[in-house]
Design a protein around this ligand. Structure first.
Ligand SMILES: [Zn+2]
Length: 354
């Protein structure tokens, strides 16, 4: 059996049917993927239109241009219809996007960063809290101090070589930026009678500036005065203080030293918190304690009788001890910080680590 030869009429009919089919199919297409599939099905190399036009071979030559023309029209119409549908789909998609609620109340809120204490303030608080827990109360005094309270009353007379121990900032009118918080002790003793147990926390100033010294830094000094206060009280209180601050197991040692306002005087060391006291580091000697295994942490001593005379205490009746600790140094040791200037640069990348 042979296939009936196609006639111009039947090909034209097929083209019409195809056009109508496409219009119908387009109605049910609702996304771009389905639209592309339809385009290939109709207009692709092996698509329905190509298949219909294959029948052209059997059509009389004089009829072909007419059929060809009709085919082109159908093809153009189908392409147009597909293009229009694509536009419609785009529009619908855009509209859907716009119609979606812009504010999604179910999303988690943006975090609000919490502030916290500066590492120095936190260390200062820890030192003060520890000492207050041992019975001391806080006293305060001016940062711009007269020379009498900063030096003379502390047994550092004019021309005393000890004035060279502290590089002083001088202000007008015989005043200085206090070089230590010790003048607060003088003011406390001037206004109160023993027994006395105070600490003086605060900023102090010295003309010094490198990786371990800042022109402004912080001290907490302590003073205990009563009848019969001895060096054993000094050792006991300071050892308890350091154990609370650096841990119960930390070794503490007292070394003879000199301060004009105490006699006898002692520097207090703790076992190096970095190398644990054995003095060795990753490459030879421990960098922090320089291989000694010890870190100087406090200055201390029994209050010099001359200081008591300045404030009107009878040195035959009263004795006392005093000590001072550098807050920056404690913070640097506790957190392994090697440059004091980081505390004052206010770089959030540094501060946020605490
Ligand atoms: Zn060390």
């Amino acid at each position: 059996m042979t296939e009936a030869a196609p006639t111009p009429g039947s090909i034209g009919q097929q083209l019409k049917v195809l056009g109508a089919e496409v219009v119908l199919s387009l109605e049910s297409v609702d996304d771009k993927t389905a639209l592309e599939a339809l385009r290939v099905e109709v207009l692709g190399k092996k698509g329905k239109l190509t298949k219909i036009l294959r029948g052209l071979a059997g059509v009389a030559p004089e009829e072909r241009p007419k059929i060809g023309h009709a085919a082109n029209e159908v093809k153009a119409a189908v392409e147009r219809a597909i293009e229009d549908k694509a536009k419609l789909l785009d529009q619908a998609e855009r509209q859907a996007r716009l119609d979606r609620p812009q504010l999604d109340v179910t999303l988690p809120a943006f975090g609000q960063p919490h502030g916290h204490l500066h590492p120095l303030a936190a260390t200062m608080k820890e030192v003060c809290d520890t000492l207050c827990g041992l019975g001391f109360s806080i006293a305060e005094g001016p940062e711009v101090e007269d020379e009498y309270h900063n030096f003379e009353a502390l047994n550092i007379p004019q021309n005393h070589p000890a004035r060279d121990m502290q590089d002083t900032f001088f202000v007008d009118g015989g005043r200085v930026l206090r070089t230590h918080t010790s003048p607060v002790q003088i003011r406390a003793m001037e206004s109160q009678q023993p027994p006395l147990m105070i600490i003086a926390p605060g900023a102090v100033y010295r003309h010094d500036d490198d990786v371990t010294h800042s022109p402004m830094f912080h001290q907490v000094e302590g003073l205990m005065v009563d009848r019969h206060v001895t060096f054993r009280h000094l050792k006991g209180v300071l050892t308890a203080f350091l154990h609370r601050l650096f841990g119960e197991d930390v070794s503490v040692r007292f070394r003879p030293s000199y301060f004009p306002f105490t006699e006898p005087s002692a520097e207090v060391d703790i076992a190096c918190v970095i190398c644990g006291g054995d003095g060795s580091g990753a490459a030879g000697a421990c960098r922090v304690c320089k291989g000694t295994g010890w870190l100087e942490i406090l200055g201390s001593g029994m209050v010099h009788p001359a200081v008591f005379e300045h404030v009107g205490y009878d040195p035959e009746v009263y004795t006392g001890f005093a000590f001072g600790i550098g807050v920056e140094r404690v913070a640097m040791l506790k957190h392994g910080i090697d440059d004091i200037r980081l505390f004052f640069a206010n770089d959030l990348r540094f501060i946020q680590q605490f």
